[in-house]
Write a protein that binds this ligand. Sequence first.
Ligand code: C5P
Length: 225
Amino acid sequence: MAELIVALDFPDAQSAVSCLDLLPDGCAVKVGSVMLARAGAGFVRGLVGAGHPVFLDSKWYDIPNTVAGACNAAADLGVEMVTVHAGGGDAMLRAAVDAAAGRIKIVAVTVLTSHDAVSYAAITGRNSINIADEVTRLAEIALRAGVDGIVCSPEEVGRVKGVVGVGRIVVPGIRRPDDARGDQARVATPEAAVAAGATHLVVGRPITAAADPAAAYRDFLAAGQ
Ligand code: C5P
């Protein structure tokens, strides 16, 4: 059984609120950098105040002091979970975990799904890369530093599940068989993602752009059980 999180990828706060009006009270939501920049921290505070567990997906990667400050601010805002980059390294990850002090969950992003082996080799200066091995290596670093879980694509869930210390496995790219993939290259059904080990499913457009968002939400909720 996995928790369902609705990705609020809207151009403005009003569109997000209009969609939420159609969804169950207190459903979990994800706010990313675009929504945060457009709607601001007040919008996030409003979601928290309305009873929505908020996953703040800003994928922090900065010096430890700054990431610690961001985690502190997120905890004060009342969000439930935030993302950091595993590639920020042990000191940054430990700073995030220490700052969270159990008030928020920290989940780590490993290799961005926009990378392939060639682009990742180019930025790391290495000759040959196996992306799946990189995902495992970075997940191990993050989990040793004490993060609560890992964000990964459906393709990586099985591997990540095998990494010692993993708690949450948060998975976007979830589609029912007849849903449009949009720009998602690697997708899985909710049933397949949960069977592989996903604990949290992140679903955006198949719910938010559905003719009947509430019905789509119920579908994903049932399929993730
Ligand atoms: O609309 P859709 O279901 O594709 O939305 C998926 C959400 O998950 C988006 O907010 C997207 O930014 C996010 N995400 C993703 N793939 C990742 C990390 C985050 O799709 N690797």
